[in-house]
Write a protein that binds this ligand. Structure first.
Ligand code: SAM
Length: 522
């Protein structure tokens, strides 16, 4: 098969296979450093970065204070770092990618699994070492670890100068003053209203093409394994006007794709502000004029027909038929749904406090496939939840066989202090069993991913060009509506173009094709 391909495609195919073999878990984004600095690295040829051109930042100004931000965890954390960068910009700070130049080092933390916490601790130890050379350096912890570890980091271990929870970023300027005066600088208060709707994020590490737009904060789901409701607070939605405005600004700057972000986007509900759980206390008028997720999706799709729209994450119990209908109605809403299930066993789903059964999940997947046959679906899965039997694990594998997901993000269960599972259920699955089950899930996902990418062979798909391919600078890398990565020879095309690409070859994660011309669709 390979020998029939043109030589440039043979090269790509070999390289792509190599990537996949090297990757342990190609789907895990948690724990990765999403940004290592505010400014993307200077290109080798010395040309300006996209951020420099788009956001007006030039090379570092020696007279301005510098902040170095590292971000861990999910897309929400990454998006929060962009808000923090914006707040600090107003305070005269400039982003730096050089630790040695920083007056302030911030680590935006994740506590979703134990490993993420350990990584952050190691980084903080290293940053503390810098204080020997730079006595005025301030170090701060932001985000999800703030609440749980504030005393430990600040008072016991004296590793940081300030601790800021996810709803207190607007207080950073005051907290910095406190830290400079050697006073305790902590704010981990969770808010009922804060959505940062009035802050224009500074886009970090941007390709100038795709951006995240946060639409909800917090979570009310109370899944027993999950620390999010405790670290990020209760669910609240952002004013649709500010969402539409932010997307309009992005479109004017040349962005081509936005992802609406939230722990549970389908649960979006704007009724004038306030917690979702208080909706029943709103006035009849507020209730009548409330905007739900399908309304918001339609509003964004209609007002920005030239922008691709994605969203994440969808909780199965909240995904309505209206959302699926809206997706089917608008070409600029991508045919892709991230639909975490966590387990295929009804017993485990119940113990996880997921609000749906295996059967209801299948019904939802069937509805999606009926209305949008080409829709890609991905999952999050947890292996080795407490009390999970071999049969429960087999149920997970058989659920995967039914859905044949396009991608997946797969994790071994990690007990998180403060969660309902940690309080009530003994973590009784041996590490080796968790590891083996996780590997079986990953292996099966690889088979399904390959099955899904094979369906593209011979077809022509619209690809939005995002960046250079990692493996060859002669190739562009972009994504299809289904969120599948596609690579092809650059020819005359440029970043941000929508290109029709005929798919010649695939691996389990990548489509390799030939550009046929600029696309008339998106
Ligand atoms: N809101 C989404 C939901 O619940 O469907 C995702 C939230 S979480 C930031 C991302 C993923 O991390 C979860 O879907 C879950 O698979 C995984 N995760 C969360 N808590 C975990 C834990 N204690 N151990 C292992 N994985 C966990």
């Amino acid at each position: 098969m390979l020998s029939k391909l043109p030589s440039h495609l043979v090269k790509m195919k070999e390289n792509s296979t190599e990537i996949e073999i090297k990757q342990k878990n190609p789907y895990s984004y948690n724990g990765d450093v999403l940004i290592s600095s505010g400014l993307p690295p200077q290109k080798k040829d010395g040309s300006k970065s996209q951020l420099t051109e788009k956001e007006g930042n030039t090379s570092e100004n020696p007279h301005r204070k510098k902040v170095y931000i590292e971000s861990y965890g999910c897309q929400m954390n990454f998006s929060d770092s962009e808000i923090v960068a914006s707040i600090l910009n107003q305070e005269g700070y400039e982003l730096t990618e050089k630790l040695e130049n920083a007056n302030l080092v911030l680590v935006n933390t994740c506590s979703i699994r134990e490993k993420a916490e350990q990584t952050v601790r190691k980084r903080l130890e290293l940053f503390n070492g810098l204080k020997r050379k730079n006595k005025d350096l301030k170090i701060g912890v932001l985000g999800c670890m703030a609440e749980r570890l504030k005393h430990k980091f600040l008072e016991e271990e004296k590793m940081v100068d300030l601790v800021v929870g996810p709803d207190a970023y607007k207080d950073i300027p005051n907290l910095l003053k406190e830290a400079e005066a050697e006073r305790e600088a902590v704010n981990v208060i969770l808010s009922k209203e804060e959505t940062y709707g009035d802050i224009a994020p500074v886009r970090l590490n941007t390709n100038g093409v795709s951006a995240f737009v946060t639409i909800t904060r917090g979570c009310d789901n109370m899944c027993t394994f999950c620390v999010v409701p405790f670290t990020r607070g209760r669910e609240r939605s952002r004013d649709p006007k500010s969402i539409v405005y932010e997307i309009k600004q992005l479109a004017q700057k040349g962005y081509k794709e936005i992802t609406l972000l939230g722990q549970n986007v389908d649960s979006y509900l704007w009724y004038g502000g306030g917690l979702k759980k208080d909706f029943s206390k709103a006035s009849p008028l507020q209730q009548k004029t409330a905007v739900n997720f399908s309304n918001l999706l339609e509003l964004v799709a209609k007002t920005q027909p030239g922008i691709r729209i994605r969203f994440s994450t969808s909780n199965p119990q909240d995904m309505s038929i209206d959302v699926i209908d809206t997706m089917a109605k608008y070409d600029n809403i991508c045919n892709y749904i991230h639909l975490p299930v966590q387990s295929g066993s009804d017993t485990i789903l119940k113990k996880m406090n997921r609000q749906h059964s295996r059967k209801e999940y299948f019904e939802l997947v069937d509805k999606i496939r009926k209305k949008i046959p080409s829709c890609a679906i991905s999952h999050d899965m947890i292996a080795g939840f407490p009390s999970e039997t071999e049969q429960d694990h087999q149920d997970t594998l058989s659920l995967m066989e039914y859905v044949k997901y396009d991608f997946g993000f797969m994790f071994a269960y990690s007990e998180r202090p403060g969660t309902l599972a940690a309080k009530k259920i003994v973590d009784d699955i041996p590490k080796s069993t968790k590891k083996r089950r996780l590997q079986e899930i990953i292996d099966l996902q690889r088979v399904h991913s390959e099955y899904r990418t094979q369906q593209f062979v011979g077809k022509t798909v619209c690809v939005l060009i995002e960046k250079n391919s990692k493996r060859s600078s002669e190739f562009w890398s972009g994504r299809t509506s289904q969120n599948t990565v596609a690579v092809f020879l650059k020819e005359k095309y440029k970043v941000g173009d929508f290109v029709d690409v005929k798919i010649d070859e695939v691996t389990s994660a990548t489509l390799i094709g030939t550009a046929m011309g600029l696309s008339s669709s998106i």
